[in-house]
Design a protein around this ligand. Structure first.
Ligand SMILES: *[C@@H]1O[C@H](CO)[C@@H](O)[C@H](O)[C@H]1NC(C)=O
Ligand SMILES: *[C@@H]1O[C@H](CO)[C@@H](O)[C@H](O)[C@H]1NC(C)=O
Ligand SMILES: *[C@@H]1O[C@H](CO)[C@@H](O)[C@H](O)[C@H]1NC(C)=O
Ligand SMILES: *[C@@H]1O[C@H](CO)[C@@H](O)[C@H](O)[C@H]1NC(C)=O
Ligand SMILES: *[C@@H]1O[C@H](CO)[C@@H](O)[C@H](O)[C@H]1NC(C)=O
Ligand SMILES: *[C@@H]1O[C@H](CO)[C@@H](O)[C@H](O)[C@H]1NC(C)=O
Ligand SMILES: *[C@@H]1O[C@H](CO)[C@@H](O)[C@H](O)[C@H]1NC(C)=O
Length: 697
């Protein structure tokens, strides 16, 4: 597929190359944190389990990644998601610095902000209205806090540890996280260990436990633990170890200091507090300076992520868009290898997948190009999750698969990985069995609290009974049409892997099934159709009629030929065509990502270039409001922009290229060279074969 080009002279570099310039300076960490982007601005490492950042409380507003530009601090916690919609997740394992005597530490204390927070790659800084400076940095499984209390103050200097701290939700969809208990011990040397149990959030997860182990580098003058008991809201000070029992509601501790600077190191684990202690003592050993952790974080981002793409551009806006997008696409999934609490496995374990429904469109392909080693681990982890947990995930977090939005889109990802040559230790026989499970076995219906779903949404394909029996989906199931076009694409994924593994009968069966989207085609449809309400998820019939590109030639025929297709695509980008201001095409809807590129299928690459450049230039910008919608989540939005900025072009490997598309082998498999020459006038240069439509006879 052809992509337009915004930066010139841009090239992929070999792994490990360091650049003289500090690429991290171009990363705008607060980009996309407002306007619904829900980006996480705090301190983290690439794919790190710890994402340390502020948690803001503003009644009526959900803080998806903890951060809000407004509100009061409820804590500074080690776990966050990046860029999700739906409802907040995590905000767990927190500390909050407090001046003054605290009578009831478990009363949802918040502290106003003194001034705007500031940050850079691997570093976050905030100031509370009580005059405390809070600085955060992180290794992969531990965080470091530096508190600077106001000089000469006689007020008591406390750090509060509230085990019940989570990010709340006020959206009224019953997706809010709940704290269910835990335990906490403070030891003679002042360090603390324990775990908290929570549930719910974006993926409607059952109870999960997170373990922690925290150290203070200054000696406390006192430390106290607290429990809130039963229906009686009063808080009692206890002996040093507390465990939740049926009557206990909440647990917390605070340590009091008389030094102006207090450093704290805290590790986390899904397995045990001993493992959390091992991680923090290995990654941030006692005596490590705060600055050393920040420097290491910056160096890791530069070496492992930012230096992967180089450009000769000196335009600061382009540089900021490029390196900021690269940064945000590497925050999740989190590498939780060795931390899967449900089973023992030597294999890699990645979670915080948000969400394959969004990511298969352009994020996973770019991850393979930029991070082949990590991507091979991510693919193996999917197969391991199916093997031990029963199904492939679509949006796994807190060790729970849920929840799906359309098809079983891990199938598309495994198929892409197979076709594009991800090999290493991936077991494709296992991967294929996992895909067959999605395609053939109806998942059990775990009731969802939202949207009055009439099909299972936890994993697999909820509307499968109709698909298997009828070859289409009736309105008995929610989101019937958007589900059907995705199931067809998923089945095409099964065809590709079955064909590659020599399973001919299966390949024929799934290729046939991949055409079942056609059963939903209504030649008389003339209006836009519904939005969000049934039968379309997050878009309408205009959008979903373009979804099954594996059968594009047939789509072109159904639509009445190439010229009608061009007119219809043009309509998607025509201001006012939807009857109100704006265009039908909306870059905030991931289901539309492919639409600007479809002109290539009717021999008009120059129109794809025009539309995609237009969208990239006018809907993305720098700054906190720079994203047109949810990042979704591990950078679906950012990678759409990156592919546009990178631009893939002609000639290829020095040869004249007349096709507006490429295969993996053409340039990526062994490395290769694109030379993109951009002229002042659009030209229709693609005279060669059109992009393939394997499902169209
Ligand atoms: C604290 O916040 C939780 C969750 O938002 C709420 O259920 C609880 O009532 C609050 N407690 C107090 C003492 O305000
Ligand atoms: C903190 O708590 C531990 C565990 O009970 C205790 O041994 C230690 O003396 C306490 N430190 C102070 C300063 O009170
Ligand atoms: C903390 O207390 C221990 C034991 O009393 C002492 O050895 C150590 O030097 C103290 N550390 C600091 C930073 O004051
Ligand atoms: C806290 O919970 C862990 C895990 O269940 C358990 O091993 C430990 O004994 C508990 N600690 C206390 C003080 O109850
Ligand atoms: C993921 O984590 C494991 C365990 O810490 C580590 O061995 C592996 O190298 C990590 N993968 C990447 C891509 O960093
Ligand atoms: C393809 O599907 C149609 C119905 O959708 C069915 O009649 C036909 O037998 C199938 N062919 C194969 C090869 O499975
Ligand atoms: C795209 O999604 C946004 C919300 O993310 C919504 O406001 C808009 O109406 C959607 N556009 C279409 C054409 O469905």
């Amino acid at each position: 597929m052809l992509f337009s080009n915004m930066l010139t002279g841009l090239a992929f570099l070999a792994a490990g190359t360091t650049l003289a310039t500090d690429l991290a300076q171009h990363v705008d960490v607060l980009k996309g944190t407002q306007n619904g982007g829900n980006d996480f601005p705090g301190a983290a490492r690439p794919f790190g389990m710890v994402k340390s950042g502020p948690d803001l409380l503003l009644p009526g507003t959900d803080a998806y990644a903890g951060y809000l530009s407004d509100g009061e601090f409820s804590g500074f916690s080690l776990m966050h998601e990046q860029g999700t919609g739906g409802a907040p997740k995590y905000g767990t394992v927190s500390q909050l610095p407090l001046m003054c005597h605290v009578d009831d530490p478990l009363s949802n204390i918040t502290v106003p902000r003194a001034k705007t927070d500031s940050d850079s790659v691997g570093y976050y800084q905030a100031h509370t209205a009580e005059g405390v400076e809070v600085e955060l940095s992180a290794s992969t499984r531990a965080g470091i806090y530096r508190y600077t209390f106001p000089q000469g103050s006689d007020e008591v200097k406390n750090v509060l540890v509230d085990i019940s701290h989570v990010l709340p939700s006020s959206r009224g969809q019953e997706l809010g996280q709940r704290y269910e208990g835990g335990n906490l011990s403070v030891f003679a040397d002042g360090h603390y260990e324990g775990h908290g149990i929570c549930n719910n959030g974006r993926n409607e997860a059952p109870n999960w436990a997170i373990f922690f182990c925290g150290y203070f580098e200054s000696n406390a003058t006192s430390n106290k633990t607290f429990v809130a008991v039963g229906a009686d809201p009063s808080v009692e000070q206890t002996d040093r170890s507390v465990t939740l029992n049926a009557e206990t509601k909440r647990i917390g501790a605070h340590s009091t200091f008389n030094t102006e600077e207090v450093l704290s190191r805290v590790g986390i684990s899904w397995i045990s507090s001993e493992q959390a202690c091992r991680k923090v003592n290995k990654e941030i050993p006692q005596g490590t300076t705060f600055a050393a952790v920040v420097d290491e974080a910056k160096a890791e981002w530069s070496d492992k992520v930012l230096s992967k793409i180089k450009t000769t551009s000196t335009n600061e806006k382009s540089l900021s868009l490029l390196y900021t997008s690269l940064d945000f696409m590497h925050l999740i999934p989190t590498n939780s290898t060795g931390e899967n609490p449900g089973w023992h496995s030597a294999g890699p374990y990645y979670q915080d997948i948000f969400t394959f429904c969004d990511l298969f469109r352009c994020r996973t392909a770019l991850m393979q190009v930029l991070q082949p080693a990590a991507y091979e681990e991510q693919i193996r982890s999917l197969v391991d999750i199916w093997r031990h947990d029963g199904y492939l995930p679509d949006a796994r977090s807190s060790n729970y698969n849920g929840r799906t939005q359309g098809g079983s889109n891990a199938d598309n990802i495994l198929a892409d990985a197979y076709v594009n040559g991800v090999r290493g230790a991936v077991n494709y026989e296992g991967a294929y069995q996992a895909m067959v499970k999605d395609a053939e076995v109806v998942p059990s219906n775990i009731p969802s609290t939202i949207w009055h779903q009439t099909r299972p949404t936890h994993q697999g394909r909820g509307a499968l009974p109709d698909w298997l029996e009828l070859g289409y989906i009736t309105p008995k199931f929610s989101w019937a049409i958007s589900g059907a076009v995705e199931f067809a694409a998923n089945d095409f994924g099964l065809f590709e892997v079955a064909a590659g593994l020599g399973k001919e009968p299966d390949a024929a069966k799934y290729l046939n099934r991949s055409r079942n989207w056609r059963n939903h085609w209504n030649p008389k449809q003339s209006s836009l159709g519904g939005y969000w309400g049934d039968p379309y998820y997050e878009a309408n019939s205009w959008v979903y009629s373009w979804a099954d590109v594996h059968d594009m030639k047939y789509i072109v025929t159904l639509m009445g030929g190439s010229e009608t297709v061009v007119r219809r695509l043009d309509t998607m980008f025509t201001e006012g065509a939807k009857g109100s201001s704006g265009t039908i095409f909306d870059a905030a809807n991931k289901s539309m990502f492919n639409i600007p590129y479809l002109y290539n299928y009717v021999g008009h690459p120059e129109l794809s270039v025009r539309q995609s450049r237009q969208v990239a230039k006018h809907t993305f910008s720098t700054g906190p409001k720079g994203l047109p919608g949810n990042s979704d989540a591990a950078g679906a939005m950012q990678t759409w922009l990156l592919w546009n900025m990178i631009g893939l072009g002609v000639p290829v490997n020095g040869k004249v290229w007349t096709k507006s598309w490429l295969t993996w082998e053409d340039v990526f498999a062994e490395g290769g060279l694109f030379e993109f020459r951009l002229g002042a006038q659009p030209i229709q240069w693609a005279t060669g074969e059109l992009p393939p439509s394997p499902a169209s006879e």
